[in-house]
Write a protein that binds this ligand. Sequence first.
Ligand SMILES: [Fe+2]
Length: 236
Amino acid sequence: MHDVTTAGLEALAEERFVIGTTAQVLGEDLTALDDWCGFQAIFEDLPPDAYMNDGGSYRLRRFGRFVYTHEGDRLEVQPHAPYSQPKYFNPLNGGVDRHFAPLTDAIVNNQVLQRVLKLLGAAYSALEDQPRWRINTYFNRIVAKSAEDGKPVPEGKHRDGVKFSCLFMANHINFTGGDTTLFDLLTHDAAFEGRLSAGGDILVFRDDTVLHDTTAIQPADLAKPGYRDVLVIEFR
Ligand SMILES: [Fe+2]
């Protein structure tokens, strides 16, 4: 088992993952930005994911695409498009075009989103000597109710099929569970076990070296729902 390593993105030259606060991982405290509250509020306005083949109603979601170009540190939003994933990456929900709700202009222009994408893009470009990246962003709220667990990863242990993946927590509200494990791609031994435990926590990993999974969540106070609000960011 690897110890939980708190380090900056430059550690990905030698490591498969890094975890910590934005200040530790990205070198900037994004929770100190004026737009942090606006970033957290994005997750209050997500429509239900209508493509849950397990019948679950526990996931709310928006989806957006960007391109990052290292020269000039440029980030460009891309036209909204359906999301599709081969069945071999996602046996539960893959194989069909999924028309998720788009990002609004306010979301696209949120300074926390802009900053995290640019900081990741600059770091990945330096690590991989790759000048241009395609980015998928998923704003996910997983809801836990006393009658229904919330499943952050309904498809189970998987790869995203990209080069780098990132889980960036916005809100951690009234839930237990939600432990993430990264598994060695070849041996399936756990390379990391831990959790995002507060808004502003971020986990970045090399998706081409590990599988990942996250356990279900339950409300801590059963009288109220729990919410796990995480922005998933894929770079390829
Ligand atoms: Fe994933």
